[in-house]
Design a protein around this ligand. Structure first.
Ligand SMILES: Nc1ncnc2c1ncn2[C@@H]1O[C@H](COP(=O)(O)OP(=O)(O)OP(=O)(O)O)[C@@H](O)[C@H]1O
Ligand SMILES: [Mg+2]
Length: 422
């Protein structure tokens, strides 16, 4: 008899994409022909709502499964509008289960025992956990044979990960020798932030984590949030968006792990190799659209070779005459030679400069959409340091961040060409 993969989607850190991953990987696997059961083990019931099911419509939920030994799991399973995808919904009542379970005999194994009669009907069972290492999460870890850990590429996320691995290790020794962390998935990734890029490098270089790291990065994609508002998996909301493609590929990676029997990182390499052999577009490029469309178009045109300048370049002799004339005029006016012209900053660099406060958090950097929309240019005008003799001290002091110095800056005469708004 085939043993289904029972995967607990867990991370005690909140808002890292556990529910989003459960819902969309589950829906993607169902789309690829697998039979999938999702179990919402979070009293917030986000997964339940994310599949168009409203708590008020549900007479029974996972709460009964845990606390009422006479309830049969098959009676709680609800089918969804998407073939192959079923769910055991949750309800806010579940928030009381932690306490109610305390005096119950075998409280850690309630979910595992309740699922035993139905799990063989499925290829995949996913359990969406709440953001804590509580008794409900322990139930999920006892019922599962794998843990999938979604995380954001942020330093705090790495700190919590150590604790999570420790708990999984303890649980394996005490209650479930089959349990292992099989996959770590980076979610909500934004390649424009240094903190995301650097943390990803740390993850990839960590010998304990790297073998379990899935190759797909799930980037920030607004369609994912929109699809949840509509109660639809992103694949069925907009199959062409980067979020749908990313989660479909995570599902393919899980299938590849199963096929090859490899750890996640090895399976990712095998999948990439196969995709290349089949002439499929490189995944990373396909999903690289965390930047708005207009920015991508700009990037594409920037990468094209530059069009020749309209005015023909002056002939060498002409150029040297012009240069000599320029030098002569300059020497007549100033004693010092002309300074090298300041390079014209690229739109993004200009935007960054306008936010360059000492030790400014990275989040202060404007999104590219704002740069394009010209909002940042307006900001820059407001924060332009006073030019002329005061330029250097004004830059050192900073501008917008230090309100106490403003009166001093504005009291001095203006020597520049750009106005400073008061
Ligand atoms: N790739 C993404 N792009 C954009 N928004 C996302 C993405 N992934 C998740 N979100 C949004 O981030 C928020 C948190 O996601 P989610 O609810 O899946 O996290 P969680 O870990 O389950 O949270 P909790 O710990 O509260 O259960 C949601 O509003 C979701 O719509
Ligand atoms: Mg959740």
């Amino acid at each position: 008899m085939r043993i289904p993969r029972v995967i607990t989607v867990m991370n005690q850190k909140g808002g890292v994409g556990k529910t989003t991953t459960t819902l969309n990987v589950g829906a993607s696997l169902a789309h690829l022909g697998k039979r999938v059961l999702l179990i919402d083990l979070d009293p917030q019931a986000n997964l339940t709502h994310g599949l168009s099911m409203l708590a008020k419509d549900l007479s029974e939920s996972v709460y009964e499964l845990l606390l009422n030994p006479h309830v049969v799991a098959s009676n709680l399973i609800q089918s969804t509008p998407w073939p192959g995808l079923d769910i055991v919904p949750s309800h806010i009542d579940l928030s009381g289960a932690e306490i109610e379970l305390v005096p119950v005999m075998g409280r850690e194994t309630r979910l595992a025992r309740a699922l035993a009669p139905v799990r063989d009907r499925y290829d995949y069972v996913f359990i969406d956990c709440l953001p804590s290492l509580s008794l409900l999460t322990v139930n999920a870890m006892v019922a599962a044979n794998e843990a999938l850990v979604p995380l954001q590429a942020h330093p705090f996320a790495l700190e919590g990960l150590g604790k999570l691995f420790e708990v999984v290790g303890m649980l394996r020794e005490a209650l479930n020798p089959d349990l292992r962390v099989s996959a770590v998935l980076v979610t909500l990734f934004d390649s424009r932030t240094n903190v995301n890029r650097e943390t990803l490098k740390r993850l990839q270089g960590d010998p304990r984590l790297a073998p379990h790291l899935l190759g797909t990065l799930v980037r920030n994609n607004i369609k994912i949030a929109e699809s949840q508002k509509d109660g639809v998996p992103v694949l069925h909301y907009d199959a062409a968006c980067a979020g749908a493609k990313a989660y479909l590929r995570v599902a393919e990676e899980l299938l590849e792990m199963e096929r090859s029997g490899c750890l996640a990182s090895e399976a990712a390499k095998l999948l990439e190799k196969r995709e290349r052999a089949e002439g499929k577009p490189a995944h990373r490029e396909a999903a690289d659209d965390d930047a708005p469309a207009r920015t991508r178009a700009k990037r594409a045109s920037a990468s094209k070779p530059e069009a020749p300048a309209e005015e023909p370049a002056p002939a060498p002799a002409e150029a040297s005459v012009a240069a000599q004339a320029g030098r002569a005029i300059h020497e007549a006016l100033h004693a010092a030679p002309p300074a090298a012209p300041e390079p014209v900053p690229a739109p993004h660099a200009e935007a960054e400069a306008s936010n360059r406060f000492p030790h400014a958090p990275e989040s202060a950097a404007p999104p590219e959409s704002e740069v394009e929309a010209g909002k940042v240019e307006a900001e820059e005008e407001r924060t332009e340091p006073v030019a002329g003799p005061l330029r250097a001290p004004a830059e050192r002091i900073g501008t917008r961040s230090d309100a106490s110095l403003r009166p001093r800056l504005h009291a001095v005469p203006y020597h520049g060409t750009r106005p400073v708004r008061k």
